[in-house]
Design a protein around this ligand. Sequence first.
Ligand code: HEM
Length: 538
Amino acid sequence: EGPETVSPTGQATGEDPARVAQSGAYLTTAQGARLYESDHSLKAGARGPVLLQDHHLREKITHFDHERIPERVVHARGAAAHGVFRSYGTASRVTKAAFLAPDVETPVFVRFSTVLGSRGSADTVRDTRGFATKFYTEEGTFDLVGNNIPVFFIQDAVKFPDIIHAGKPHPDREIPQAQSAHDTFWDFVTLHTEATHHTLWNMSDRGIPRSYRMMEGFGVHTFRLEAEDGGTTLVKFHWKPRLGVHSLVWEEAQIAGGVDPDFHRRDLHDAIEAGAFPQWELGIQTFPDTPEQTFEGIDLLDPTKIVPEELAPVQPIGLLTLNANPKNFFAETEQVAFHPGHLVPGIDITDDPLLAGRLFSYLDTQISRLGGPNFAQLPINRPHAPVNDMHRDGMHQTAVHTGIAPYRPNSLDGGCPFLASAEQGAYVEVPVAVPESAKRRVAPESFGDHFSQPRQFWLSMTPTEREHIIAAYTFELGKCAVQAVRERALTVLANIDPVLCEGVAAGLGLPVPPATVPFADVEPSPALSQLGAVWPLD
Ligand code: HEM
């Protein structure tokens, strides 16, 4: 079932949102006037000119002309489902978030997506996948807006338009739709070596998942949890699929992309219709909240780094079950608006500079994509917690607010909404100290290591996974027309591992360049290998 319908003020009503558009037995105009005929426009005689006074014709065509809204600037292609999240209560020692208390069930809506293709592109392209979850909690909506890859291409949001411009189809011919097989993508990721880690994951089997149901999800950034007693813990969020992690092989992905571009969308829908409800466990890696915000030498504010699970095991905190398909793709999957700033008491952000930009970007883009500032009133976006804000008017306002004084305090409306204390459930930011330092546009030194974790990932792969990675780089770089970019890419690979570089260089028929940075002394992390990666449950 979809989320319970709520009134514009957020109170549950049980009202059917289709009622306004599909009630009554008769076909009508948008104003409710019954129609006697629906197939012919009004003409002066059977063969005469169509008359301008045909309101039904004009209304119908005008509405049709405005049916499309802009697709998302990224993650345009997606599929979604409703479900429920049941918490185990194991997170209660580190967070006061009410939906993570023992045995709480929270309705959710989850949207999976590719990143770079347009709304009509194929599902099985090599790309990162979005994994965005909206938890309709009693304390307000919490969105966990993650991906199926635990790291990101860049370390600072100011570079986001650049990586997306490089990854989107070339502006002259608008091809290719796929992420990797083009010059601008490879130009960017070889000039910005902080992108090496994410790119390596993309070139691994993770870049071509077999099913949305068989992907891991990651919150990527480090978040800060706050417990009832005020104690704080740094965490990374993980989704672990109950079906295990599985990928297509490249040839399968290519064939599926041509034969059935809706491969993943269909798979998700059909599985849910058949009652094979996909499930994921939500887990957290926890780290002490120290002033340095590092763990075992890893900068927790650097979104290009993971913390290997051997160093910080993923601790299960709840179970997600997707059990209902959307009834209307547009109203739900297309109009849903996620935002990493939709937080509930007990979950706070950290100073990851990539996250800072995201906190601005989502609301901003949704104002344009969803036609103004009132999209929280759309059924799929309405919180299940009571809403009493002082936002008024604006495009597509559907609430009929009462009172004359939408400000606080006021002495005219017979009282105004109360402010809550933390004990009464207010969202209060954790009072983290701000470092005393001059304002500067620089990256911290700890963001400078771009190769040790890619090397660790490579060393953790099985021989089959390595073969796939070499084949993927060879195929994608083989499509790259600019020789200098291919050569630069080989230098990046030489800095990861000689075997990887030699394999790709041989495939491209190019000489093997020397490494330009010394190899990091890293141990393989077996948890990174996805072959046989079935999450240990029960
Ligand atoms: C959309 C994840 C970085 C801007 C999305 C979506 C996901 C996602 C899953 C699709 C949401 C949906 O299904 O509707 C991530 C992750 C990131 C990241 C995991 C890095 C860790 C960024 C950054 C920016 C950004 C740095 C901008 C500074 C956007 C925008 C959208 C979007 C504008 C479209 C939102 C909409 O139209 O509703 N992102 N993203 N993202 N992301 Fe990100």
